[in-house]
Ligand binder design. Structure first.
Ligand SMILES: Nc1ncnc2c1ncn2[C@@H]1O[C@H](COP(=O)(O)OP(=O)(O)O)[C@@H](O)[C@H]1O
Ligand SMILES: [Mg+2]
Length: 279
């Protein structure tokens, strides 16, 4: 549910690792400006290595950009803002020797949530992701999809306005990813959260996003923004609609040339059909 108010203001952000002349010098991100609106889910897609995770780390205050500025809720970002921003990574960062419930509580402990609120918040967030029955299980007793649900519950329990998700379903099989996507869409419809979601999957981007920012090859910058005008929660039938296919194809065409640039070679002659050789 978007209000039109800017939650994350990114202005001319660039980042380079190392110094010019050093062997490890790399321009990861170039002159990126973007307004992320409160309550929207913005997907970032782009070739591998184009700076998506770098941008997420800059937004989260884990990395200071070498140029440009980021503001979250009107405040300049100079470091982590645990009360405003929660992270979810591809590799769930659950502690294996703690139960699901303990893992959720540890997140709140690190963020400084008053102890008296832990039990209720843990229960509520585990319920929201469908894991209430598994509160006392250990990560090793859960499937990959359930572990990512637990990571999501931990992030939700922090009650931040912003979630940064870096390929959160990237290690999961297609079916699990689809179900988690559907459930996330239902969750979204009920909250005011602003989500920045990095994904490799064009289908996932179209299914989840309110807008998709397509990044260019490194040094990455926003090449184009595609709006996905479809209310949340998204109906699973959306996936089989013509609208979905058309949007997915549009993203594919935009991304394809950038991936070629990133790989550093041209398509072999005669293999570049009208659909760019789409699978
Ligand atoms: N800590 C680092 N030191 C040096 N180079 C890095 C570091 N982190 C990322 N890079 C490089 O910066 C570029 C962008 O990385 P990243 O943001 O992780 O890309 P993406 O998430 O889009 O795949 C890549 O070439 C990567 O190798
Ligand atoms: Mg990445």
């Amino acid at each position: 549910m978007s209000t039109g108010e800017v939650a994350i203001r990114i202005r001319s952000v660039g980042h380079q690792f190392g110094e010019v002349g050093e062997a490890r010098h790399i321009r990861a991100l170039a002159d990126t400006s973007l307004d992320i609106v409160r309550g929207e889910l913005l997907c970032l897609i782009g070739p591998s290595g184009c700076g998506k995770s770098t941008l997420l780390n800059v937004i989260g205050g884990l990395l200071a950009p070498t140029s440009g500025t980021v503001e979250v809720a009107g405040k300049p970002v100079h470091g982590p803002m645990p009360h405003d921003i929660a992270y979810i990574f591809q590799e769930n960062a659950l502690f294996p020797w703690n139960t699901v419930d303990e893992n959720v509580r540890l997140g709140m402990l690190f963020q400084g949530v008053p102890k008296a609120e832990h039990a209720a918040r843990a229960q509520q967030s585990l319920q929201a992701v469908g894991l209430a029955e598994f509160a006392d299980h250990y990560p090793a007793q859960l499937s990959g999809g359930m572990r990512q649900r637990a990571s999501l519950a931990r992030a939700l329990s922090l009650q931040t306005g912003i979630l940064l998700m870096d390929e959160p379903f990237g290690a999961l099989d297609e079916q699990t990813r689809m179900i988690l996507g559907e459930d996330l869409s239902v969750l979204l419809a009920r909250t005011e959260k602003t989500i920045v979601f990095v994904t490799h999957s064009l289908g996932e981007a179209v299914f989840l996003a309110d807008r998709v920012a397509v990044f260019s090859a490194r040094p990455g910058t926003v090449k184009k923004i595609i709006r996905i005008d479809e209310p949340h929660p998204r109906n699973p039938a959306f996936v089989t609609s013509e609208k979905f296919t058309a949007l997915r194809n549009e993203l594919y065409a935009l991304l394809h040339d950038e991936i070629r640039k990133a790989v550093g070679s041209d398509a072999p002659r005669g293999r570049r059909g009208a659909n760019g050789g789409a699978p």
